[in-house]
Ligand binder design. Structure first.
Ligand code: CP
Length: 332
């Protein structure tokens, strides 16, 4: 695996899921793989889960992690090409990225969408510079448009709880109904989590329904053939899993509104009213979550909420991806 951005980068999902199960069962079985190797984890933005789970995954593989908080630990980095650097950014990615690459064997990068320029964000301009100039495999730790480590952990969690509910493995019987629901939020958030969740669920043996107010249509490359339902209650009917997430306007149906908050309709807050029409659905959210804005206390604190095991599976997804990359390095 050269880089990890999309579900296609991990190959057949059934194989990846089986590998994730093995990693979870015996996390220290591949400690030899990372011996003498280093991963640099570059953070342009805040993180709790991604930072800790990536470090834990590295430790489990015998890999040494180095965390760089851009702007706090390092110089402020310029990310745009062709600019006159007479502002507060002292170093360009053009030099910083190959230098980082010279100190490690693989790199993880967190760089959120700026939500000002759709073309800049959807070209993954920052992550691409790491891929092009580092000479190392690069993992998106949530970049402008995707959060694959989160989506892989979401899939691992759905697989586990589907087996708990039905006794079946994903892909071996009826397909679960999975609903991705937009939820209100006071601030403009990126689309990376819903984009990747949709992409991964479309590749998995599940029936995906995406529900949101008009204007929040996700990019077609991620929606693919999923059903889009503007009536949230209708979308929730008979659901096995509900995944709530806010996202700002993706600029698909309204390019001039890219990155804006179009709607703060609190009737979209996931609460017991919507969950009552599901088939006893499990509730997922990537976290961090704003209580009683995105989801009610009652749902988040209910036995059907699986947000903590979902977050715990971030170690499993990160470790499975790093393991694959280390195996590739070893076989080169
Ligand atoms: N879900 C997630 O990526 O959490 P952090 O932003 O805390 O890393």
């Amino acid at each position: 695996m050269k880089s990890f951005l999309h579900v296609s980068d991990i190959g057949p999902l059934a194989t990846a899921l089986e590998e994730a199960r093995q990693v979870k069962a015996t996390p220290l079985a591949w400690r030899h793989l990372g011996e003498g190797k280093t991963v640099v984890l570059v953070f342009f933005n805040n993180s709790l889960r991604t930072r800790l789970s990536s470090q834990k995954a590295a430790y489990n593989l015998g890999l040494q992690p180095i965390v760089l908080n851009v702007g706090a630990d390092s110089w402020k980095l310029e990310t745009e090409l062709g600019v006159v650097m007479d502002g507060d950014r002292s170093e360009h990615l053009r030099e910083a990225v190959p230098v980082i690459g010279s100190y490690c064997d693989l790199i993880g990068v967190r760089s959120f969408a700026g939500l000002n320029d759709r073309d800049f964000d959807y070209a993954e301009t920052i992550l691409r510079q790491f891929i092009d100039w580092s000479g190392r495999p690069v993992i998106s730790l949530e970049s402008a448009t995707v959060h694959p480590c989160q989506a892989f952990a979401d899939l691992i969690t759905i697989d586990e709880y589907w087996t708990r509910k039905t006794g079946l493995r994903l892909g071996s019987g009826r397909r679960p109904k999975v609903v991705l629901s937009w939820a209100p939020h006071p601030r403009a958030l990126p689309q990376a989590v819903p984009n990747s969740f949709a992409e991964w669920m479309n590749a998995a043996p599940v029936d995906l329904v995406i529900t949101h107010p008009e204007g929040y249509e996700l990019d077609p490359q991620f929606v693919q053939g999923a059903r889009v339902e503007y009536d949230q209650m209708k979308a929730f009917e008979g659901a096995d899993f509900v995944y709530a997430k806010n996202w700002s306007c993706p600029g698909v149906s309204c390019p001039q509104a890219y990155g804006q908050v179009l709607n703060y309709d609190r009737s979209w807050t996931v609460d017991e009213r919507q969950m009552a029409v599901t088939d006893g659905a499990y509730f997922l959210h990537c976290l961090p979550v704003r209580r009683n804005v995105v989801v009610s206390d009652a749902v988040l604190d209910s036995p059907k909420s699986i947000v903590i095991p979902e977050a715990a599976n971030r170690v499993v997804s990160a470790q499975t991806v790093m393991k694959r990359i280390l195996e590739d390095i070893k076989n080169q």
